[in-house]
Design a protein around this ligand. Structure first.
Ligand code: DQA
Length: 160
């Protein structure tokens, strides 16, 4: 099973970005932990981070098996079975991202470090949630690991 871990804008700043909200763990550390968990679970994980919405949408299309647009990284050109998506602020704004995920039928879990439902009103709505297999938020870096474990278990149960 091949799982893409897709991070949206500003998540490359983890480690130094608003540590009171997001902690001090870097994205590289989160990804390294996911690689260990993936090895334990016997799945393949590919990770990418995007600061431009169209680049993320191009990657979703390619991961969903559509012809890759120029500029999509080689590791994102192979079809994925599912994804973890922390879309950052696009979570709250991007119908286009939801449409892309649904449009290529890429099953995904929505992930957030913070509990978006306990934050400012503008963060309490997710454009992605209604299309997600599930959502994990509020557990800091562990949200990703919990989401990966949940996604793999759910995918294995659906295929059995
Ligand atoms: C976030 C929550 C979003 O509201 C915010 O814009 C982010 C990070 C999280 O992981 O908690 O960039 O997705």
């Amino acid at each position: 099973m091949r799982i893409a871990v897709l991070n949206g804008p500003n998540l490359n700043l983890l480690g130094t970005r608003e540590p009171a909200v997001y902690g001090t763990t870097t994205l590289a550390e989160i990804e390294a932990r996911l690689m260990d968990v993936a090895a334990e679970l016997g799945v393949t994980v590919v990770c990418a981070q995007f600061n431009h919405e169209g680049d993320l949408i191009d990657a979703v299309h390619a991961l969903g098996g559509r012809p890759a647009a120029p500029g999509v990284a080689p590791e994102l050109r192979l079809k994925a079975d599912a994804a973890l998506v922390n879309a950052g602020a696009w979570t709250h704004t991007s119908l286009a991202l939801r449409d892309a995920l649904v449009g290529v039928a890429l099953p995904f879990v929505e992930v957030h470090l913070s509990n978006i439902y306990a934050r400012e009103p503008e963060r309490r709505h997710s454009m992605l949630a209604s299309a997600a297999v599930g959502s994990v938020c509020g557990f800091g870096p562990s949200s990703y690991e919990l989401a990966l474990r949940g996604l793999v278990a759910t995918r294995r149960a659906t295929r059995a």
